[in-house]
Design a protein around this ligand. Sequence first.
Ligand SMILES: [Zn+2]
Ligand SMILES: [Zn+2]
Length: 274
Amino acid sequence: MPYRIATDIHTHTLFSRHAYSTIAENVAAARAAGLELLGSADHFSEMLFPEQHIRNFQFFLNQGIWPRTWDGVTLLRGAEVDIVSTSGAFFGQDIACPQSIVGHPYRQEKSLFEHVTGDLDYLVASVHNAAFARGASVAETTQMYLAALENPRVLVLGHTGRSGVVFDVDEVLTAAKERGKLIEINNHSLEGQGHHEACRRIAERCAELGVGITVSSDAHIAPAIGRFPFAEGLLEEVHFPEELIKNRSRDVLLDTMATAGVCDLRTLKGDAVA
Ligand SMILES: [Zn+2]
Ligand SMILES: [Zn+2]
């Protein structure tokens, strides 16, 4: 039986620099793909700009003007944040941010991470450059993911099957389950052959341990939104139980986010016109 997955919460706009579509194009693609909900999660990462200043990340600061329901699609505001140390720290947490985008001093001392992510609905936490973890023990890399899960805004651990970090899968999956958080099965990771085995093992253990997952396109261009053929194929291969796919519908996803304490947007349940 094919799965019906009606949301996609790991997608990129051209803000991410190696992605090519606007938020409006992504929303239109989500609607065309029959999605109930789209989550936009651009990179919040060192890889984007040579200068790590809030001016370069103001794209995230004004997302309050995005319609909650746009063209019949519920729209969530997220970011894919880089994990940058074996202690599970995120990009921007150690970067001071004394001034606003127009150079006014902030009254409160908050990090770049806090300023940029403070008004977002959820975070996907991913490793993109595993150099910091070279030589680390499995206990340390496992602790890295456990610490990342502790952040109240983190909903998903992104593409753990292609992070380049070896970790104790069962321990991380169990911690995610305890917090009601999600492990991502990322379609983009499965487009080549290199990560299939690792992703399959993670999916199998999620099924066996009863851990919720999100199926994501990781789309970097509008036509890829809501398309997960490789991820769905892998889940079918391992007879993955549909009830653990927590992004299978808008209402299930919003309930999952609220239960995990990430954000309570349950007022958006059922209000999008198909
Ligand atoms: Zn990523
Ligand atoms: Zn991504």
